[in-house]
Design a protein. Structure first.
Ligand SMILES: Nc1nc2c(ncn2[C@@H]2O[C@H](COP(=O)(O)OP(=O)(O)O)[C@@H](O)[C@H]2O)c(=O)[nH]1
Ligand SMILES: [Mg+2]
Length: 676
């Protein structure tokens, strides 16, 4: 590597489940680096990580946040990520910009499963990562139990790097297993080096042997020494630890407590020695070492006054303000520290900067002066939306602005999507859950001063008929000059499910002149928008069999009316029945929750179809079922609450199904009440 590559900043993302302590840990890391004079707290709402208003209001991170610091002369960029599973898209996108990730874990073994989705993402994308078991100040389980629980959700071997020193209930320090040194924690300061306590000698030996055993799996030298009982050189161990983490062979595990600054310097040292440099990450991502400047957008943000900002990580060369990348001219190049942005002139490899007013540029785009690499680097897929709300502007006058404002939200957050639903005529915003959408609406209120009302989307009920009938319809008016006359006989008959609608005619001898037949069809179709029960009608056929006309008074309009009259009178005699949309649903959960998922399905009028191992996910199942649309609108809430938040589902429309009895009566009553 060249000097500029070695001195380039490395970028680490803080990820892990909601409330595990990422934002607090970032504050402690920045403090230990001297980047903030005084630590902020999540409660007081003055942390670097949670600087936007939506985050402060909720005391939780609602979007990623970038901060820089220097440790022992090395520049670092930290990206604090939201932990909520509903905001996972933002986190996944941030990880694509990072050289490595710190997975912040709770010290409770029951919550180990919550990091499963993030570990799976890191493994799939081969992103080097370590675990930081946080909140050791309140831990009750033993470290061995925690490692066991976490190992069950990690496909890569976990390598414990420290063992805690306890005084009664309290963790007071740790023994570092690579250096074999013991430390005592000191709040707000570097830990004190202490004599290894006698009581720790055996524990340390066992844990260190385990560590060496794991490393020996990836090193012939270590394996030989291990078998021959030779104690390896420390330098050899350090070299292997760094290589194995960078190559994604092992996952080191550290202990600490961000709130009390415990283990934070040890973590910084691990990062210093073991996190790959930007050039190595660029190579891993598939960027050739030589060539024009290249950066990838990992977040898009609309900022009042400044306009659109595209956050990029530079993977090659140098990017300067005013440069044209992918046809867009950079209008302002900024470095970020939480909410603060500072103008800069240029940015080199490894740096994270925001580019101003790149209007045509999207998150995930690869930017180069030639614009030829746009889709060259992999990018995470959009998460499948699992929850929708119907929205309207609180002020009617804002209605026209709404589509544009939601469009910008979706540009900032690709896991949001807008749908104009043709069946129900509602504007739907799709996302990852109630909270995800509410945060997006708050952001729209804060940034665009546009407030919305939201409610549960309507179900796309339909109706059909069960009996055939022949019906006569006549429209006759005599007003002043010439009148209006149309007269039709139609056969109405049900069709099998899924057939849709079919119109035909058996007119002979011109009793209904050819030019009026399309008007009859259009009158029938008009009627079908709202059948006798109040819903669109499907799966039926209408045949025009007979009729009559008047040479002067007949018109298209008159035949259309005649058809409507025949339909209105005929349809209610055809034994109408409500149809409800049924979806094919695939629920994915850790297998410990499979039987609960089955109960969830039957509790929501679902039909269980079977289950299988989830492909590519060790210890997970995929449960298939048919479920009514009305029951899956808020399915995600219950599914998450029974599966520690990690369960999810996909769905597609399958068929319409007759629904009768009390449930159908309620639906019809509600529809009639709404229609007034
Ligand atoms: N006991 C203890 N609590 C902590 C620690 N770190 C964070 N917390 C608390 O955990 C909660 C969540 O912290 P936060 O940093 O917002 O978590 P995040 O959602 O992962 O960013 C806050 O109430 C913190 O005060 C720790 O090391 N020990
Ligand atoms: Mg946070």
């Amino acid at each position: 590597m060249s000097d500029s590559q070695v001195s380039a900043p490395r970028c680490v993302a803080l990820v892990g489940s909601y409330l595990s302590g990422k934002t607090t840990l970032l504050e402690s890391l920045l403090h230990a680096c001297g980047a903030v004079p005084r630590k902020g707290t999540v409660k007081e709402g003055n942390t670097i990580g949670d600087s936007v208003p939506e985050a402060r209001a909720r005391q939780m991170s609602t979007e990623l946040s970038v901060a820089s610091a220097e440790f022992l002369g090395d520049p670092w960029i930290f990206i604090d990520c939201p932990g909520s599973i509903e905001l996972a898209q933002e986190t996944f996108n941030a990880l694509m910009a990072a050289d490595a990730a710190i997975v912040v874990c709770e010290s409770e073994i029951e919550r180990a499963m919550t990091v499963a989705p993030i570990l799976k993402f890191l493994e799939d994308h081969e992103i080097p990562h370590c675990l930081f078991i946080n909140k050791m100040d309140t831990a009750s389980a033993s470290v061995a139990e925690m490692i066991e629980a976490l190992q069950a959700v990690s496909s890569l071997p976990l390598v414990l790097r420290q063992v805690p020193i306890r005084n009664g209930e309290h963790v007071t320090g740790y023994v570092d297993l690579a250096s074999e040194r013991a430390y005592e924690y000191k709040p707000g300061e570097a830990s004190d080096l202490i004599e290894l306590p006698d009581t720790m000698v055996d524990r340390k030996e066992t844990a260190r042997t385990e560590l060496l055993e794991k490393l020996a799996d990836f090193s012939d030298t270590l394996l030989e020494q291990f078998l021959e009982d030779v104690v390896p050189e420390k330098s050899e161990i350090y070299k292997d630890l760094a290589k194995d983490m960078a190559e994604g062979l092992i996952v080191p595990v550290l202990l600490g407590a961000g709130l009390s600054d415990h283990g934070v310097r040890r973590l910084l040292k691990l990062l210093r020695h073991e996190v790959p440099h930007a050039a190595a990450t660029a190579a891993r991502r598939g960027v050739a070492p030589a060539g024009e400047a290249l950066a990838q957008v990992f977040k898009t943000s609309f900022v009042p006054h400044a306009g659109k900002l595209s956050l990029v990580r530079v993977w090659r060369g140098e990017i300067k303000d005013g440069m044209t990348l992918n046809g867009a001219r950079i209008a302002g190049l900024f470095r970020m520290q939480g909410h603060n942005i500072d103008k800069a002139g240029s940015a080199g490899i490894g740096e994270v900067v925001a580019l101003g007013r790149m209007d045509e540029i999207n998150t995930g785009d690869v930017l180069t002066p030639s614009g030829e690499a746009k889709d060259e680097l992999t990018w995470p897929e959009r998460l499948v939306p699992v929850y929708a709300l119907a929205v309207e502007a609180e002020n009617r006058s804002d209605e026209v602005k709404l589509t544009g404002a939601i469009g910008r939200l979706a540009e900032e957050d690709p896991s949001l999507a807008l749908e104009q639903n043709a069946d129900t005529q509602q504007m739907l915003v799709w996302g990852q859950g109630e909270m995800h959408l509410q945060i997006a609406f708050d952001r729209m209120a804060n940034k665009a001063n546009l407030k919305v009302k939201s409610h549960m989307p309507r179900v796309a009920y339909k109706e059909t008929i069960r009996k055939s009938i022949s019906q006569h319809g006549r429209f006759k008016r005599q007003t002043g000059g010439h009148g209006q006359f149309g007269d039709v006989h139609i056969d109405i008959k049900p069709l099998p499910r899924g057939s849709g609608f079919n119109f035909s005619q058996t007119i002979s001898g011109g009793v209904v002149p050819r030019q009026y037949i399309p008007a009859v069809e259009s009158g029938v179709k008009d009627y079908m928008n709202e059948g006798p029960l109040g819903f669109p009608v499907v799966d039926m056929a209408v045949t025009l069999t007979d009729g009559s006309y008047h040479a002067v008074d007949s018109s298209e309009q008159a035949f259309k009316q005649a058809a409507r009259i025949a339909m209105t009178e005929g349809m209610s005699k055809c034994d109408p029945v409500l149809l409800e949309p049924i979806y094919m649903v695939r629920i994915t959960v850790p297998s410990a929750y499979t039987s609960r998922a089955q109960r969830l399905i039957s509790g929501r009028r679902g039909q269980f179809l079977g289950f299988d191992a989830r492909p590519g996910w060790k210890g997970w199942d995929e449960v298939s079922a048919n479920m009514p649309q009305s029951e899956i609108r808020d399915l995600i809430n219950e599914l998450r609450s029974l599966s520690l938040g990690v369960g999810t589902f996909t769905y597609r429309f399958d068929h319409l199904q007759e629904i009768t009895g009390k449930l159908a009566d309620q639906v019809i009553e509600q529809r009639q009440a709404a229609a007034g």
